[in-house]
Design a protein around this ligand. Structure first.
Ligand SMILES: *Cc1c(COP(=O)(O)O)cnc(C)c1O
Length: 383
């Protein structure tokens, strides 16, 4: 059986990156490693679509979110949180931990936060220092309209913090053009690396807020230290996960070679095909405004997704994800981000058809696969 990791983090890693990870560990304070950092920093800017410095942190994605929040806000200050699922709720838990007053703007799971709701919140809370949002809500498969949020936040004194952890490198994300002040992402979703690194880009507007925030409680995640080291010395303040960073160079080169616009197009196609596939099988989509890095299908009322998901893994090597918390058993989440291609999507749909049939759900074998293949066939011409 061939294992396929189709969870929305971690995701599959290209072979050349894995081979780099197998090489001996090297010392990190060297001219050679500074060269790697310089290249990686440039390639991150390319993927982020930014001129801003991207801070490279040794932590999971949540460490990057904590860094973004804690650097900009001090206890007692106010942030508007746009919450469309569990990952949006992580902003709320971070606010609680750091004593930040949270103004919650939330929608039912499966929906995106409408920009009008942010407009109203900004008008009601002109003293808000920050707005926190999620590009791709991995818990529900929803994409939020960050470009529209950016237009609303830019003319205010507030800074826009965006968790793009499962969206960057999947769907368009224009850090500079959309006025994203702090853009946080992680290594293990679409950037084709194992877990262990977080990246935070910081705009000039945000640096001013951070410099003025003298009451911030920071040590390891003090972004000013990361900025100064990378800008002045092509270095990091503490021991970086240098093996991961060296491997990242290969994954980022791969993205550069494909071209970021083509990366977005590939994911748009994978998303369209996967959505067509599950719907053709007779399942409904969970997300009203779907993102392209994962497809979230609702289970029919009488069917629990948990045994289907374990069968997919045990019988077919297909590791997909369940819903979290209240959505456990009610949905199935199939990721197609990063190092995935159309055959991974077809494999996932084929396996899903089989476990649905086994569970007694009336699905015509091949119906989901055919619908997805139809999407892939668009644009293919006979020569
Ligand atoms: C995976 C994910 C996170 C959490 O990242 P960790 O690396 O587990 O800390 C946060 N936000 C989103 C949208 C994610 O998909």
């Amino acid at each position: 059986m061939k294992p396929r990791l189709l969870t929305p983090g971690p995701s599959m890693v290209p072979e050349e990156t894995l081979l780099e990870l197998a090489r001996p560990v090297t010392f990190h304070r060297s001219a050679e490693f500074r060269q790697v950092l310089t290249e990686v920093e440039e390639d991150l800017k390319y993927v982020f679509r930014t001129k801003n410095t991207v801070c490279i942190l040794t932590s999971s994605g949540t460490g990057g979110m904590e860094a973004a929040l804690a650097n900009c806000l001090s206890p007692g200050q106010k942030a508007i949180l746009l919450i469309s699922g569990r990952w949006g709720e992580r902003w709320k838990n971070l606010c609680k931990a750091f004593g930040v007053e949270a103004v919650i703007v939330s929608v039912p799971y499966g929906q995106a936060v409408p920009p009008e709701a942010l407009k109203k919140a900004l008008a009601d809370h002109p003293d808000a220092k920050a707005v926190c949002a999620t590009l791709s809500e991995t818990a529900t498969g929803v994409a939020n309209d960050i470009e529209a949020y950016g237009k609303l936040v830019a003319p205010t004194p507030a800074v826009l913090l965006v968790d793009t952890i499962s969206g960057l490198g999947v769907v368009p994300c224009e850090t500079d053009a959309w006025n994203i002040d702090l853009n946080v992402t992680g290594s293990q979703k679409a950037l084709m690396l194992p877990p262990g690194l977080a990246f935070v880009s910081v705009s000039p507007k945000a640096w001013k807020v951070i410099e003025a925030n003298t009451a911030a409680k920071l040590f390891y995640f003090d972004l000013k230290k990361y900025r100064d080291k990378i800008e002045k010395e092509s270095d990091t303040p503490y021991t970086p996960a240098n093996t991961l960073i060296k491997a990242m160079r290969l994954s980022l080169q791969r993205m550069r070679k494909e071209g970021i616009e083509n990366v977005w197009k590939r994911h748009a196609k994978l998303g369209a095909a996967a959505r067509a596939g599950v719907q053709a099988m007779g399942l409904e989509l969970f997300a009203e405004r779907p993102t392209d890095g994962l497809t979230v299908a609702k289970m029919p009322a009488n069917l629990d997704s948990s045994p289907l998901i374990s069968k997919l893994e045990k019988q077919y090597g297909l590791r997909v994800a369940n819903g979290q918390d209240t959505l456990k058993g009610k949905i199935i989440r199939i990721a197609h981000m990063g190092y995935t291609d159309q055959f991974d999507v077809l494999a996932a749909l084929s396996g899903l058809e089989l476990v649905l049939l086994e569970a007694g759900f009336p699905v015509k074998p091949g119906s989901g696969v055919a619908a997805a293949q139809q999407v892939f066939a668009e644009g293919v011409k006979a020569s």
